[in-house]
Structures are given as C-alpha cells and as structure tokens.
Design a protein around this ligand. Structure first.
Ligand code: MRU
Length: 352
C-alpha cells in the first residue's frame, strides 16, 4: 500500500476518503487535481500533503510551455499559490513548496528546471519517509512492554507517505516484540481514527480497541492508559503544537491523570519562525462535516455548526516531542533551537 506514488508524468494516490470500504487509487496529472485531492482529504496528514504538494508543483511545471525563465517563474508562482491555498495548518506543505520554489530559482535553463523540480519532489518524498522511520525508532524507547497507548487521528503510513509519526512509533515498538494495546479515538468529525487508524492497526496486527473521542477521560481516570501519543501539523518554537481537533482535550486530561503526553513529528513540521501556537493558522472546514457523517445528515436541517479542523496544545501539557533529530523535553524552545543549530538538521530547513 502506498499513499502516494510518482509515476513520471502523473501521481497515483490512494483515495483515503474511500477507506476502509474500498482501496481505490486515483491517477492525477494536473496540479489543480492534486490541489482538489488535498482539500477533499483524499490525501491527508501533514507529511503526506507536503509530498503531494511537491509532486503537484513538479507536474504543473512540466506543463508550462514557455522557454523564458522569467515567464516560467511567474507561472510557477501561480501553481504554488493554488497548492498553498488548499490547507493552511500543516507546516510541511508550505515548507515543501518553499523548497520547490528555491530549486526553480537556482537553475537557469527552463528544461533543466523542470528536471530539477521532479528530482526535488522525489527527494522530498524520500526524506520525509526516512525522517518518519528514524523518529519512530527513536520514539519507540518511550513505549514500554505491556503499555496501553492512546492515540488520536491517523498518523501512520497513510498520513505520512512514509512510516508514520505517532502510529509509526507504535508500529516500531510492536515490531520490536513489545506487547502493546492501543486505544484509538474515532476522531470526529471525519473519523480518521475509526476509518484509517483502525485499518492500519488491523493490517499491522497490533491489538487495538476503538473508542469515541469522549470516552478518553473515562479510560484515563480508570488508570487504563500508560501514555498518549499523537502527531502534529505544526509545532511552534516554544513547543505549542497544532494537531487534529480534540488533541488539546486529550492533553489536558492526560495531565490531570498524570499520564505522559507525547508528540511525534518530523522536523519539517516544526516552524521555528513562530514564537508560539497563537500564530498557527487554524483551518476552518465546512460545517457539513459536522452535521453529516459520510454524507448522511445527523442534525436538523439549516442549523449552525462550527468545524475547526485543528487545535493548539500549549507546550506545558506536552511531556516530550519526538523528532528524527532527537527526543526533545522541556524547555522545548532550547531543545528546538539546539536541534536546528545542529548542522545536519539545519540543512533540512535551509536546503533548497
Ligand atoms: O485533517 P487531517 O486528517 O490531515 O489531520 C491529520 C492530523 O491531524 C495528524 O495527526 C497530523 O497530520 C500529524 S501526523 C501525520
């Protein structure tokens, strides 16, 4: 199973809106179609939308007709803007787009630029995959034999186009032979937990139980959860973390019940330019996703509903942030700065 795959003149995407019922693949060769797929969550999860965005730029660039570099860059900027406008919260998407833009600016000849953009998009994909494998291995030390782990949303191979973040850590611990139990929240409104995490855990053969989001406190208070681990869409310099709506609630409940709360994310999710989570843009999605479940109305016609897709967990609620550059503990600002001044990691942020 591959969430996204480059096929030279098109990409193949596993349509996540149809899972778990149907394993349907889409082949897309226009950047606009990839932008629509990102918006509709056919491909989703912070690292995966960064990868999809990079491939979309490459496909868009291949279709630009001009031989003038200035005109090429103008058209490319429009393509990048279309893709950037799809989803605002995850840092991985604008980061991948910045790298594609820098690549285009660095090469003179238009035909060479097109080749360089394809190469860069493939590199972004393999770097994200490698980063998620590394952080999963590092994070697995926090998951002890016999643990019951609660996780939220979907953070496995589907969400990352790689190994996974929070779910990658869990899968890695399981592969090391540790006996684990997972409690997966369904993750309303779009049920990424019930549809996707349950599917991935079942495929991986990891024992798990599905619960509704509102059951988390009950199981925590009964002492049945050893740790909570979630992914992230954007992490500010002070460690404040935007992730799927409901994450903040889980973090507060975890602190109240003395349960460690871990965030797992590649460094491409970290945004050291933002001092705190207050600066993270939060995507507001259609109220229809709240009033309907899989197209079926569950509320009276014409009522008002709100649908912020993410919330921000303030850093004091987070026990540790797991990245491929190391496990960062409080004070996060110092740890994040250290990781980004470390040569190999700062290259991740600076490279074109
Ligand atoms: O709206 P989604 O499904 O893209 O939200 C995904 C999440 O919130 C994940 O937890 C997050 O991207 C981090 S792990 C890949």
């Amino acid at each position: 199973m591959k969430a996204i795959e480059w096929l030279d003149d098109r990409v193949r995407i596993l349509d996540q809106t149809q899972l778990p019922g149907k394993e349907a693949y889409l082949e897309l060769n226009r950047h606009q179609d990839i932008a629509s797929a990102i918006k509709a969550l056919k491909i989703r999860g912070a690292p995966a939308i960064g990868v999809a965005g990079a491939y979309a730029v490459a496909l868009g660039a291949l279709k630009i007709k001009t031989t003038s570099k200035a005109e090429f860059l103008k058209d490319l900027r429009n393509i990048i803007q279309t893709i950037a406008a799809t989803r605002p919260t995850a840092r991985n998407l604008p980061r991948a787009l910045e790298r594609m833009q820098q690549t285009a600016e660095a090469v003179k000849d238009v035909e060479q630029v097109k080749k360089a953009l394809v190469t860069k998009a493939i590199a972004i994909h393999s770097e994200e995959a490698a980063a998620t494998l590394k952080l999963s291995k590092l994070g697995s030390e926090l998951i002890k034999d016999g643990f019951t782990v609660l996780t939220h949303c979907n953070t496995g191979p589907l969400a990352t186009a790689g190994y996974g973040t929070a779910l990658g850590v869990i899968i890695q611990a399981h592969e090391q032979g540790k006996k684990l139990k997972v409690l997966a929240t369904e993750t309303r409104p779009l049920l990424q937990g019930a549809r996707l995490t349950a599917w991935e855990l079942k495929e991986a053969g990891i024992p798990f139980t599905l619960i509704t989001d509102s059951m988390a406190g009950y199981f925590m208070s009964k002492g049945e959860i050893d740790c909570v681990i979630v992914g992230a869409d954007r992490i500010a310099l002070n460690g404040d973390t935007a992730n799927k709506i409901g994450t903040y609630t889980l973090a507060v409940l975890a602190k109240e019940n003395n349960i460690p709360f871990y965030v797992a994310a590649p460094l491409t999710t970290v945004d050291p330019a933002l001092a705190s989570g207050a600066e993270i843009p939060i995507e507001l999605r259609s109220p229809d996703e709240v009033t309907h479940i899989q197209g079926v109305s569950i509320a009276p016609e014409g009522i008002e509903a709100l649908n912020p897709a993410f919330d921000v967990t303030p850093h004091p609620y987070i026990t540790a942030i797991i990245t491929e550059g190391g496990i960062i503990r409080q004070p996060f600002e110092e740890g994040i700065k250290n990781i980004f001044t470390n040569k190999s990691n700062s290259e991740i942020q600076k490279q074109g």
